[in-house]
Design a protein around this ligand. Structure first.
Ligand code: ZN
Length: 93
């Protein structure tokens, strides 16, 4: 289950991301790659892609693995900052 405020902070660099589930990531990757596959080569140059699940498994700044992130309260995050998605690490069953 994602953290209460839905935010994760990288323990290595301090960047904050919003937590997403594996199902959300898989749906987003599939949707974007479907779109990307239909672009012309010139249009593809304007995008970073195709997307992969692996890009959501690491901090977008320092590339630390997502399991090193910890929940953080929204009140600790400055207003106006850009938040990027990070796969919420599920505990082992
Ligand atoms: Zn980081």
């Amino acid at each position: 289950m994602p953290p209460p405020d839905g935010l994760l902070q990288c323990r290595r660099c301090g960047w904050v991301h919003f937590a997403v589930t594996r199902a959300e990531v898989e749906a987003e990757v599939a949707e974007f790659n479907f779109f990307y596959a239909r672009l012309t080569p010139a249009q593809r140059d304007a995008h970073r892609a195709p997307l992969s699940l692996a890009s959501y498994e690491q901090c977008r700044r320092c590339k630390a693995p997502h399991h090193l992130a910890r929940p953080v309260a929204a009140k600790m995050v400055p207003l106006g900052v850009t938040l990027l998605p990070l796969l919420f690490p599920q505990p082992a069953l």
